[in-house]
Design a protein around this ligand. Sequence first.
Ligand code: GLC
Length: 440
Amino acid sequence: MVVADESTPRPDSVLTRDARARRRLLLGAVAAPLAACSPAGRTVGAPVTLVFKHAKLFGDPGPLRALLDAFERRNPGIRVRDETLPSSSDAQHQFYAINLQAHSPAFDVFAADVIWVAGFARAGWLRDLSELLPDHERAALFAGPMRAVTHRRRPYAFPWYVDAGLLYFRSDLLARHGHAPPRTWSGLVRAAQAVCAREPGLRGFIWQGRQYEGLVCNALEYLWSNGGQVFDDGRVVLDSEANRTALSFMVDLVHRYRVSPGSVTTATEEPSRHLFGQGRALFMRNWPYAWTTFADPASRVHGAVGISVLPHFPGGMSTAALGGWQLAVNAYSRAPDAAMRLVAWLGSVPAQKSLALAYGFQPSRVALYDDADLLAAQPALATLREVFANARPRPVMPRYVRVSQVLQTEFSAALSRVRPVALALASAQRGIERIVADAH
Ligand code: GLC
């Protein structure tokens, strides 16, 4: 006899008739094109107001509101109030962890960082979204985010948009001084030193080194592009020669080669984007959203920016950290069916397309990378499909946030030279080993 347990996937055939009908209803919202939104939708019972929480948007909130209005027209009886949180992933995590732990129903749908889903799902804080993600839907989405939202073989969030670390460069300045976009980290240092020597006031390379989640993404990209890693088959392998070389290089960017200003050690994404957007840096590491802001004709660097994969160490491979945000339904929501309908709508093809055009939120749906309108609006982003397909997730594990806190502390101590690189990595190794041991 086969006993279904929590980890057994639920094939179509064992869904109840009720569940099948509900799924048809939910997916109906996905399939309908935006233009077909009419006030003639079906209601889902008593009127409800859903609260949708997400990070502050960079840009006009109008396009997102238009999508929510379209949803309301299609679903009479459901209203959506969207509420924003600060953009830092860490601050948002704190908000959700406190509220979900208290079983708060104060929000129904929320945007979750790719790294939280395993922990939140394990805590029982997220609704199982299997009904929204049958096999053909899963196959239409990038594999990395899909893996990250899957806990015990069930999806607990809907991949919404994808992030991966990219190298931005000033194509005009590189051309003026006869340099090609660098493929290796040492090539980047050479180009930055040469160009900055002739362009007074220009910063060479800016990135995100403040003690927060973004630093972990930045640092792992160096470690991975030197063949290093944090875990190997469940073992902690942080204290390695490859990692020491990679982290030392990051410190050297500031203190030895002096191509990165000291301010990178306290910078997050937005200050980096502003500095680069003002034309004051040659290279920048950032996520894809920055591109949309530079593509604006009003931008000071409009037409003078290129993007490429990140550089790597000799013998290593360019490796972007996989980031991105997922739509999750609060397990304590008082309107879970309406909440699922909103997730289906916001994750649909037309919604992902308008969010990509408006905010540079790169779709989790692979097919949209062939969309003519998107390609016309963001030609440089055509290369992103490959970057996303190969981007590497941070360790997918329920205790990731604790692991990250250790990494943040130690990487930051190394960058500010409070602790030598070798000691920082050895200490992080021990700290993470303790977290893993606690889990058993
Ligand atoms: C971006 C990424 C997210 C990451 C964060 C770090 O928002 O999408 O995954 O954790 O940056 O700052």
